[in-house]
Design a protein around this ligand. Sequence first.
Ligand code: ZN
Length: 215
Amino acid sequence: MQDPDRLVACEHCDALHTRAALKQDERATCLRCGGALYRDSSRAYRRLLPLVVTALILLLISNAYPIVAMDLKGSRMETTLLSAVQALYADDMAPVAMLVFATTILFPLAELLMMCYLLVPMAQRRTPPGFERILRGICRTRPWGMIEVFMIGVLVTLVKLSTIAQVVPGVALWSFGALVVVLAVILSFDPRELWHHLDAHDADDVPARSRDTAS
Ligand SMILES: [Zn+2]
């Protein structure tokens, strides 16, 4: 009887394979359709927590400092992300304001905090309570984080505004740029792989325990 934990189904053609241990940066492909099954994520897993903490700090900076400052006929205006959301809300565009708030602040923050909740105890070889529910939450939240879309929108607006006013990029714009890159690396990690790193802890613990009883 096969150990169900070691079985992996191809998400392209549903063929069932037995999961084999991979060397660093190796990738397993489906024998039937050639689709990607899984890859060795040990290196990506080790750098995940530092990246998540970096992303949280960048998200904090992106919200605390102005995205852009404009000089128009001698008067200077500075805009933060939150004040942009408030301005949209005040202009009777409440649904747009809510969408911007949710996709650029709420969902990315929720995902990063949930990742921290899982990764910090896992780094200490503990299983966080409610692991499976939080992991499902991460998978559901992920498609709604759209900081990169917002970033493109801001850049297009800046280029257009630069013809009528002097536009000075703020601290938050640079940190947003860095955040997009860091998030891209984090998103390249499939959160479902965390199951295997959790199981790897358990597998490491078993021989340790049996050694204790043997001695
Ligand atoms: Zn396949």
